[in-house]
Design a protein around this ligand. Structure first.
Ligand code: KIV
Ligand code: ZN
Length: 514
């Protein structure tokens, strides 16, 4: 008989914690709605005590995202737990996630607490949370490196105190599948009250084994997997949701376990996260990478044409790839664009369709063939666009090797055009960015800058993503154009608009462990 595995998504908490993974309030809310549509059982929406911004995001998600459990993280202390509950109490089904490290290394060097104190604090924390909420998860941080007897003691004590889920993290990605399987089996065999709680697993990918370790935990009795879209998370990331879900589904014969995930939404959800964070997925990434279903070798192609199952263990459409990369062109009409967008997972309002159609026509004038990826870039660019204070009117740039670059940029604001020229900088883009700073009166420091091609070919669109810091806040901007200089200029103007609308997020300071 098939058993249900709870999918606990922590993209908005552990994932958001990863370098480059941060999102602002609106972006987190959009992602939370997408996760609910994907069918995850639990959304870990954030760490409410970490910052006022985190608190507000958890509170809004708790109030607005229905049909799914909403969870907030708290250290094992009164302030954290009370703050988490304050943020979560509007949720349809709230969950408080309390954690405290248990391994010898963390006890000795980080917490400076002995085993008795750890148990006492863990029990107190769970009881306090349980006073306000009946859905409590406890995580013994660094469980995979915790002595097995002590881990059994902690788990038994927190279940007695009222924990309904005990999550076993491999915080530093140290475990191997056999090791992780044993950790779970040890709890199943030796903790007397274990049947009163769901065992969960939370694996990091430092050795590239997070998915394998999570599956080993399921084989040994875990009923919940914590994971993230595209596997983002601290350092090398967390268990990738799409991989672990498709492993359970494709090898149902072996695992005899299923999830509530609507797998056709995997690719659109992955793309949404990429467009919100700028964290691009590698081409050969399992399930959702651009090459995941591409067959290059002649022998493979021959086999595929004769019978797809010769070389394909999953169908691309089952994870949300469209069967064909239909080519659109100058003569394609509004209905064709709406239909293509729907197939790609985007339901556009009439107003949105009008904007997308205009942008599509402009692109089709520059580019003979418009592919799915081009259309996705247009839609995501449009959906991510804020109310624009600044619009790019035009630019002129001069650069030659060995010569000082210069740029003249014109922006408009409330219908008024403003032009500035800048001589100097590290290159033509730096000159453009400096000219824009002069016009807007804002000085931003670029922290990260990426340009990637949306499709193949010389006339492909380039998507530029820039991360810049201004007044202690981080802003991310995107721009798409067949001209990469224009794409980058648009991305920087997008940052100026985000600064004007306060859409960035604060740069967080390190926190205490308890
Ligand atoms: O990796 C970890 O230990 C965590 C806990 C807070 C669950 O993220
Ligand atoms: Zn983690």
């Amino acid at each position: 008989m098939s058993r249900h595995i709870t999918i606990f998504d922590t993209t908005l908490r552990d994932g958001e914690q990863s370098p480059g993974g941060s999102m602002n309030h609106e972006e987190k809310l959009e992602m939370a709605h997408a996760l609910a549509a994907l069918g995850v059982d639990v959304i870990e929406a954030g760490f409410p005590i970490a910052s006022p911004g985190d608190f507000e995001s958890v509170r809004t998600i708790a109030k607005q995202v229905r049909g799914v459990q909403i969870c907030g993280l708290a250290r094992c202390n009164e302030k954290d737990i009370d703050r988490a509950w304050e943020a979560l109490k509007g949720a349809e089904r709230p969950r408080i996630h309390v954690f405290l490290a248990t391994s010898a290394i963390h006890r000795e060097f980080k917490l400076r607490m002995d085993k008795d104190e750890i148990i006492r604090r863990a029990v107190e924390g769970v009881k306090r949370a349980r006073n306000v909420c009946d859905n409590i998860e406890f995580s013994p941080e660094d469980a995979a490196r915790t002595e097995s007897d002590f881990l059994c003691q902690v788990v038994e004590a927190v279940i007695d105190a009222g924990a309904t889920t005990v999550n076993i993290p491999d915080t530093v990605g140290y475990a191997t599948p056999t090791h992780m399987g044993r950790v779970i089996k040890n709890l199943v065999d030796r903790v007397p009250n274990i049947a009163k709680a769901v065992i969960s697993v939370h694996c990091h990918d430092d050795l590239g084994m997070a998915v394998a370790n999570s599956l080993a935990a399921v084989e040994n009795g875990a009923g919940q997997i914590e994971c993230t879209i595209n596997g983002i998370g601290e350092r090398a990331g967390n268990c990738s949701l799409e991989e672990v879900v498709m492993a359970l589904r494709t090898r149902h014969d072996y695992y005899q376990a299923s999830t509530n995930i609507e797998t056709r939404r995997l690719v659109p959800t992955s793309r949404l996260l990429t467009s919100l964070t700028g964290l691009v997925v590698q081409r050969n990434k399992a399930i959702i990478g651009r090459n995941a279903f591409a067959h290059e070798s002649g022998i493979h192609q021959d086999g595929m044409l004769k019978e797809p199952t010769t070389y394909e263990i999953m169908r691309p459409e089952d994870v949300g790839f469209t069967k064909t990369d239909l080519v659109l062109g100058k003569h394609s009409g509004r209905a064709a664009i709406a239909d293509r967008a729907r197939t790609l997972g985007y339901e556009l309002s009439t107003e949105e369709l009008n904007d997308v159609f205009d942008a599509f026509k402009k692109l089709a004038d520059k580019k003979k063939e418009v592919y799915d990826a081009d259309l996705i870039a247009i839609i995501e660019q449009m959906q991510g666009a804020e109310q624009s204070l600044w619009e790019l009117v035009g630019y002129e740039v001069k650069a030659a090797s060995g010569e000082t670059p210069s740029a003249k940029v014109t922006l408009s604001r409330d219908g008024q055009q403003l032009t500035e020229t800048y001589f100097g900088g590290d290159g033509p883009l730096d000159a453009i960015f400096n000219a824009i700073d002069r016009i807007t009166g804002v000085s931003a420091t670029v922290r990260d800058f990426q340009v990637r091609s949306v499709t193949r070919g010389k006339d492909a669109q380039g998507e530029s993503t820039i991360e810049a810091e201004a007044a202690g806040r981080l802003y991310r901007g995107h721009g798409v154009s067949t001209d990469t200089v224009e794409a980058s200029t648009l991305a920087y103007v997008n940052i100026m608009n985000r600064i004007a609308s306060g859409a960035g997020h604060e740069i967080e300071a390190p926190m205490d462990s308890v």
